[in-house]
Design a protein around this ligand. Structure first.
Ligand code: BES
Ligand code: MN
Ligand code: ZN
Length: 511
């Protein structure tokens, strides 16, 4: 998708369709749309006056432009009450609008921002939200349907009218296109069935994706894992016939074009590690899951995919920091070779781990990923995973759960989430929880009491970060959204975390 800020008058904008966001409870036409409405013989005024369009959140009413404008339709989009509108919700409303326009076959859309809406945030924040909202509408779950009508039409050109076209806002539009494209790319991977997306295929997809980006890719195979004594990752992989892999992607700021302009950070600068869970299918293993909803477990590599998406975006955005992306990937399957409850394994960091529940496999593979990142010189660690049913029950698909050991890094993650327009909510790792993962036979165990499950998983991961500032993002709820009751991003994989991590790399590079 291409996108840019326009200074054209709304009624002169060339597009297949115009999108006009309107607040709830506004009975008058926004002044910016008066000339447009005149051409439409007052149709919008009438709809508002008769309360046939109320501006309720995600309400959509298409109005035909009667061939009086260079655009064919004006789509009114409700953005709800002003007090409730933030940049997350604006993205959601525009993503919904974008989807409807695509289904009608429109490719070129222009968003008209009335002053009242534009004033809700800075021009840059608005530009980002509008561009990402529309950009993220370019995704479908039905990619394997043999008759797939909607996949063909993508929104290819976006114009935004009503923002001061300053440099920062224009730059924000460009960045937002990169972020939306990277997110959509990995949403397709998360959506892919596990029979077509094995660890080996994951590696192939990453190889293709990093071509020409300047990113450096290394793939560890099972022999490498044995040499590095990655006993936790290998333990999970044992039950599967598909060979495990570990994907390692490096972004080197001093190789980036920007380094020549601004001066690079030497080897003493921070190294951000992004570690993502890449379980291509989670059956639970010997602690097998119930059949109900097990098909969802094809998306258990959402964290790993998000790391790759973030690395792709980072390669284009060129933050001033070295970043290493680490994605341990395997299936979690039951078999005669599979690990059993009660088994004890030794991870690459040397800690012994008692496996209480083979379905708590994500933390096992992440532990070896984190240890690898530490050994590779990571100074800051962010891990991301579809890790616990507990976080899904707590936050639903609405927000990412965050846990950490360092308030400064957590603050940066929160700022990154604001820029990204993704909701991140911190949950505790207080010392009060200490002891939950103590094992009788080994150093730690991978599962414990039936409560505080997301915190327990975080405590387990914290054992491996060697005191580095660390944030754990649990996206088990936010990675997939198909709750028809909610007015949020509709159906399927969301690409949760891609934008947060890419924005974090930027902030950390500037701090
Ligand atoms: N992949 C699951 C977590 C999950 C659940 C992701 C629902 C997406 C939707 C994870 O590997 C898992 O099975 N977690 C268990 C851990 C438990 C056995 C300690 C859980 O949360 O129930
Ligand atoms: Mn599991
Ligand atoms: Zn899992």
């Amino acid at each position: 998708m291409q996108a840019r800020l326009l200074t054209t008058a709304p009624e002169k904008a060339e597009a297949d369709a115009l999108i006009l966001p309107i607040f709830e409870g506004q009975s008058k036409l926004p002044p910016e749309a008066v000339a447009l409405d005149k051409k439409l013989k007052g149709a919008i005024t009438q709809l508002l006056a008769d309360r046939e369009f109320r501006g309720k959140f995600m309400e959509l009413v298409p109005v035909h432009n009667l061939n009086t404008l260079p655009s064919k339709w004006t789509v009114l989009v409700g953005v709800g009450k002003p007090d409730d509108l933030d940049m997350v919700r604006l993205r959601n409303a525009l993503q919904a609008a974008g989807r409807v326009l695509r289904k009608r076959g429109h490719r070129r859309v222009t968003v008209i921002l009335p002053k009242a809406v534009a004033a809700m945030a800075s021009a840059s924040d608005m530009a980002r939200a509008v561009t990402e909202g529309i950009g993220l509408s370019n995704f479908d779950v039905g990619s394997l349907k043999t008759r797939h009508e909607h996949a063909v039409t993508q929104i290819s050109a976006l114009g935004i009218v009503g923002l001061d076209g300053d440099k920062a806002a224009s730059a924000a539009v460009k960045d937002a296109v990169v972020l939306a494209d990277a997110t959509n790319r990995i949403r397709g991977w998360v959506n892919a069935p596990a029979n077509t997306f094995t660890p080996t295929v994951f590696v192939e997809k990453v190889k293709e994706a990093v071509q020409g980006t300047g990113l450096d890719l290394k793939v560890l195979d099972v022999d490498d894992m044995r040499r590095l004594k990655m006993g936790a990752l290998l333990a999970v992989a044992r039950g599967s016939d598909e060979p495990a892999k570990m994907i390692v992607i490096r972004y080197n700021a001093s190789n980036a074009r920007i380094a020549l302009k601004r001066g690079s950070r030497g080897p003493a600068g921070p190294v951000l590690a992004l570690v993502g869970k890449g379980i291509t299918f989670d059956s639970g293993g010997i602690s097998i899951k119930p059949a109900q909803n097990m098909e969802m477990m094809k998306s258990d590599m959402g964290g790993g995919a998000a790391v790759v998406g973030a690395m792709l975006a980072i390669a284009a955005l060129e933050p001033k920091i070295n970043v290493i992306g680490v994605v341990p990937t395997t299936e979690n399957m039951p078999s005669g070779h599979a690990i059993k409850p009660g088994d004890v394994v030794t991870g690459s960091g040397g800690k012994t781990i008692e496996i209480i529940n083979t379905d708590a496999e994500g933390r096992l593979i992440l532990s070896d990923g984190i240890t690898y990142a530490v050994k590779e010189g990571a100074t800051h660690i962010v891990d991301i995973a579809t890790l616990t049913g507990s976080i899904m029950r707590t936050l639903g698909p609405v927000a990412i759960g965050a846990f950490g050991n360092d308030p400064t890094l957590m603050d940066l993650v929160r700022r990154a989430a604001d820029l990204a327009g993704e909701r991140v909510w911190e949950l505790p790792t207080w010392a009060d929880y200490d002891g939950l993962i103590d094992s009788d036979i080994a150093d730690i165990k991978n599962s414990t009491v039936p409560w505080a499950g997301a915190t327990t998983a975080a405590l387990f991961l914290r054992e491996f970060v060697e005191g580095r500032p660390w944030v754990h993002l649990d996206i088990a709820g936010s990675a997939w959204q198909d709750t028809s009751e909610l007015k949020t991003v509709p159906r399927g994989p969301t690409g949760s975390g891609v934008r947060v991590m890419a924005q974090l790399a930027r902030l950390l590079g500037e701090s």
